[in-house]
Design a protein around this ligand. Structure first.
Ligand code: MF3
Ligand code: CO
Length: 249
């Protein structure tokens, strides 16, 4: 069942979203080569405690961290590790979901360390534009699969792959709610989008083949062909006038 969020819930979610957006601004300034992904996770946890954000990741299915940090050919759900130092030329994708007074926002951004080659810069841009185009479909009267198909079209028309096994999701009091928001599909089917719905939209794309596998840690998802992967995520509330992106400042 897709729940409709009232204005009280929407305001709390928006506060969570703004706090996450501010966190990512700080991260953008702060992260640098040589840091371990575990130390980045510790920074995020400190911020959450200071801002009354509650992690919805820590404890979820026994997950032990407040973020997922996926580097290069890691697509999503990278586990922060003491042994992984980020270095120049890495694409570091940080995913954080947290709640404020019981209401969640979910956000992911990638940070490239250094200046990317043109083809990598283009790939990162298309991850972003596929998210933006998907978000633009989150308006009343549109059907959900049109959003999914729009993401897929943007990604594939540039020659990249869409990961099939993971998807975006509804969000609210819980991190994962209905509906499942695929990043591929054919337009004009599925639920009709209505004001008050809230979606975490998160294309996961690959420079090469879209097949993935999960590491022995049970979490970290990597591309089979070792090609670079990108992932961006925003939380959006549908209003009468269209999407309100709560994880952007
Ligand atoms: N933020 C992630 C998502 O979009 C959550 C990953 S699972 C977790 O679904 F265990 F790490 F939380
Ligand atoms: Co999510």
């Amino acid at each position: 069942m897709i729940t409709i969020k009232n204005t009280f819930a929407q305001d709390k979610m928006a506060t969570a979203g703004q706090l996450l957006a501010e966190l990512f601004e700080l991260l953008r300034e702060w992260i640098e080569p040589g840091m371990t992904t575990l130390s980045i996770d510790a920074y995020i946890e400190k911020y959450q405690i200071a801002h009354k954000l509650r992690s919805t990741m820590k404890g979820y299915l026994s997950y032990k961290h407040v973020s997922c940090i996926s580097v290069n050919d890691e697509v999503v759900h990278g586990v922060p590790r003491e042994g992984v130092k980020i270095t120049q030329g890495d694409l570091v994708k940080i995913d954080v979901c947290a709640s404020y007074e019981g209401y969640c926002a979910d956000m992911e951004r990638g940070f490239y360390l250094g200046t990317p080659q043109p083809e990598v810069a283009q790939f990162i841009r298309i991850a972003q534009s596929s998210l933006d185009k998907g978000i633009s479909c989150a308006r009343p009267g549109e059907r959900l699969s049109t959003l999914s198909a729009t993401i897929q079209k943007e990604v594939e028309s540039h020659g990249y792959g869409v990961v099939r096994e993971f998807a975006g999701h509804g969000i609210g009091k819980k991190m994962h709610e209905d509906p499942e928001i695929l990043n591929y599909g054919t337009p004009d089917s599925g639920p009709v989008i209505k004001p008050g719905m809230a979606f975490a939209i998160e294309p996961m794309i690959t420079m090469g083949d879209y097949r993935i596998y999960v590491l022995n840690d049970g979490w970290t998802v990597k591309t089979v062909d070792k090609s670079l992967a990108a992932h961006v995520e925003d939380t959006v509330i549908v209003t009468e006038h269209g999407p309100r992106i709560i994880t952007r400042l």
